[in-house]
Write a protein that binds this ligand. Structure first.
Ligand SMILES: C[S@@+](CC[C@H](N)C(=O)[O-])C[C@H]1O[C@@H](n2cnc3c(N)ncnc32)[C@H](O)[C@@H]1O
Length: 267
């Protein structure tokens, strides 16, 4: 979108929001204008019609252009709420999805030892691991990822939100914690086939490829160095766009590659 957008002209918030609504969703426009103006969305709506300072309007125009090009609002803000907490996000991590809260909920409802060892494999922003650590201060939660950039974001969130109570390990799936024993494994793995055109859609194009697809047909294959086949395998009949979330729970027993349970699927 390269046409000139007259947002830098003297204007009020109502006019700016209606201009933006031609190219991006109204709610996104409100969130972005509030963010550029360092106000909450409620404050913005309460002061509808107020003149917007030109520098704020210019920042808003830039943000709208990026949003119109498909950049997720969360990357523009550098923030996303998950489990009622404010997570830092960057293009190195998947934007945590509200549906993933179901995975946290399901795991919390399973009976697991009070001082359990739990691992979140492919932790991204650390959303699942940190939500679990918040709810179960006596669990020892470990978050792993193969991406050092993602782990840096997870670590930052862990320090801010749970005082560093989550342990972070880098490596290929279970190999990151090889030799360790867990009461529960949880994962929201990548599952999309590498040639699925959905990867180029506005919603996903800007997110890390590795967070979306493991390559090939979207199935994570077990090998000797990757001994975690159960929780990370796609449903046998699952289409490439189905979201598969599983918790791998073995109460009171060490990790074994069976006993997985499907948690939630969304189209
Ligand atoms: C779908 S994202 C999930 C992120 C986060 N758990 C969430 O639910 O928001 C999958 C994550 O798996 C990580 N990942 C991809 N391949 C991996 C591998 N071979 N070993 C460990 N983690 C991997 C990606 O870097 C990404 O952070």
């Amino acid at each position: 979108m390269h046409h000139r957008c007259p947002m830098a002209d003297p204007s009020d918030s109502i006019r700016l929001l209606s201009l933006a609504a031609h190219t991006i969703e109204r709610r996104d426009a409100e969130v972005l204008l509030a963010w550029c103006w360092r106000r909450t969305r409620t404050q913005l709506l309460a002061s509808a019609g107020e003149p917007v300072p030109p520098t704020v309007a210019a920042d808003f125009e830039r943000a709208c252009l990026q949003r119109a090009a498909g950049v997720p609002v969360a990357y523009l803000l550098g923030r996303r709420e998950f489990w009622s907490m404010d997570f830092v996000v960057s293009p190195a991590v998947l934007v945590p999805r509200p549906e993933t809260e179901l995975l946290v909920q399901r795991l919390l409802h399973l009976v697991i030892a009070p001082a359990a060892q739990v691992a979140d494999l492919g932790t991204g922003s650390g959303a699942i691991a940190i939500a679990l650590a918040t709810e179960r201060p006596n669990w020892h939660v470990t978050g792993t990822d193969a991406s050092p950039e993602a782990l840096a974001v997870a670590r930052e969130n862990g320090t801010r939100l749970v005082g560093g109570r989550v342990e972070w390990m880098m490596g290929n799936w279970y190999a990151a914690v090889e030799g360790r024993r867990f009461d529960a494994l949880v994962s929201n793995p990548p599952y999309i086939a590498a040639d699925d055109p959905v990867l180029e859609s506005d919603g996903l194009r800007h997110e890390p490829r590795r967070a979306l697809t493991p390559g090939g047909d979207g199935t994570i294959r077990a090998d000797d160095r990757d001994p975690c086949p159960g929780p990370l395998r796609r449903r046998p009949d699952g289409g490439p766009r189905r979201i598969l979330r599983r918790a791998h729970v073995i109460p009171g027993r060490p990790f074994q590659p069976h006993g997985t349970m499907p948690l939630a699927e969304a189209p």
